[in-house]
Write a protein that binds this ligand. Structure first.
Ligand SMILES: [Zn+2]
Length: 461
């Protein structure tokens, strides 16, 4: 890593004072090497100067639940109810089976192309850190993340039953006994990748979900994760069918009670969705200090409400991620605001400062990274700069409300990770965007062309 310095001018700079957000006006953020060096009123001397008006400088955004590969497989096939049987979840009819087949039929170069396309979208959307749960069959996610410069928490799935599929009757059948093999594979990936890219590349423990992971595997995952001090992430209560399955299988327990019984419901757990969690479950999660990863748009697509305000209102640390929908974190924040307001009938929930915290310092706290999610001297130099000078953002009284209510990912101007500028003027500067996009799309098209994909995705495949 070069020890060059950069100075970025912000008409607005998000900082914190005595625990509260504060927006400073007309400041310079000075970055030296891999660290934030200072925030100054006067122009500092630096090797590179980015002096553009109307910019809002934020800590680099953290998106702690995203699926580059399965999102691409489902993309535009699953809108407006397509590929959805009886309005049921597409997890067991499309996402799990096709992502499994896809990783098997694609060449390593094609898997790499699909991974690069996803990471390109994340970076262009202002994301500096992603937690990415994915099938073990696409280890190229790590290669792509290391090469492209994003901060990456790879979360290769572990399953007790990796081949869960819904039949034509809609009932999910669970097959396979893969727990130990998946733990062995996870350990190999950890040994290979954890700490690469000067610490940018890390692993998270990622048992897939409560219904696809049995008690022995979940206990083993928690023990190994805690031995290594890595975060644990899981899908929790993402459908009513999952709740019914766990109730029948585990002596009447809810999915949250099942995890609590096994010792997983704790501050190191990041639980995606919790859509079908009861209020009692949410109270239990709040008590245990677990984190909810709220991804409202993937459920809105299916006609379901996943309101940020419901989880936050229970006192749970609630973060916003994109799951398998559009990889657009600013769009997701806007939806989290709107869906919460519609659900509660109140305008004053899921406010801009709360939502910004959910993808900056609260997200950093959930993965025990106090050096991220903040613009303070000494912090790691992950920075996202939004251009609020666009006509659709003007006039502007409040940049935080403007960010959530008016801005979109086309307003992302600069993205820096670990002191390295990756996006400048909204463009990825580490490679040819058009070539990355074409290669990734061609790889996914190979999956779409499979007869079983055409059948799963419906007649418009
Ligand atoms: Zn997910």
């Amino acid at each position: 890593m070069s020890q060059t310095s950069s100075a970025i001018f912000g008409s607005y700079v998000l900082t914190h004072r005595e625990g509260a957000q504060e927006v400073l006006r007309d400041r310079w953020v000075l970055i030296e090497g891999r660290r934030i060096a200072a925030i100054t009123a006067g122009k500092p001397s630096a090797d590179r100067v980015f002096d553009r008006p109307g910019r809002f400088i934020l800590p680099g955004l953290l998106n702690l639940h995203n699926h580059c590969f399965s999102e691409a497989v489902a993309r535009t096939h699953t809108e407006d109810g397509h590929a959805r049987r009886n309005n049921q979840s597409i997890v067991y009819t499309v996402l799990l089976p096709l992502s499994k087949t896809g990783t098997e039929i694609l060449s390593p170069a094609e898997r790499m192309a699909a991974a690069r396309l996803g990471i390109l979208q994340l970076l262009k959307g202002g994301v500096t850190t992603v937690m990415e749960p994915f099938r073990n069959g696409i280890p190229e996610m790590f290669d792509a993340a290391e090469a492209m410069g994003i901060r990456f928490y790879g979360a290769p799935y572990l399953f007790s039953t990796a081949d869960a599929k819904a039949g034509s009757d809609g009932v999910v059948r669970y097959a396979g006994d893969d727990g130990q093999a998946d733990l062995d594979a996870w350990n190999t990936l950890h040994a290979t990748w954890h700490g690469r890219g000067e610490g940018r590349i890390r692993l998270a423990m990622s048992p897939h979900a409560t219904d696809t992971c049995g008690p022995d595997l979940l206990r083993a995952c928690a023990a190994r994760a805690r031995e290594l001090d890595v975060p644990i992430t899981i899908h929790l209560a993402q459908s009513d069918a999952e709740v019914a399955t766990i109730k029948a299988r585990c002596e009447g327990r809810s999915p949250a009670e099942y995890l609590d019984w096994l010792g997983l419901l704790a501050p190191d757990l990041l639980a995606a969705h919790c859509l079908s969690s009861s209020d009692d479950d949410l109270r239990l999660m709040a008590m245990r200090g677990a984190t909810v990863l709220n991804c409202p748009r993937v459920f809105a697509r299916a006609g379901r409400t996943a309101a940020f305000s419901r989880f936050a209102g229970h006192g749970i640390r609630t973060l916003v991620g994109t799951d398998g929908y559009n990889m657009d974190l600013l769009g997701e924040l806007n939806a989290a605001s709107m869906i919460s307001k519609v659900t509660t009938g109140r305008a004053d929930v899921a406010t801009a400062p709360e939502l910004i915290d959910s993808v900056t310092r609260n997200a950093a706290a959930a993965i025990k990274r106090p050096d991220l999610g903040t613009l303070t001297p000494g912090a790691t130099a992950d920075v996202t700069v939004i251009d609020l000078s666009h006509p659709h953002c003007q006039p502007l009284a409040d940049p935080r409300r403007g960010l959530i209510a008016l801005a979109n990912r086309a307003n992302v101007d600069l993205v820096m990770v670990d002191g390295r500028m990756l996006i400048d003027g909204g463009r990825y500067i580490g490679g040819d965007e058009a070539a990355i996009t074409a290669a990734g799309a061609a790889a996914i098209q190979r999956i779409w062309d499979l007869p079983e994909a055409r059948a799963a995705l419906g007649d418009d495949a």
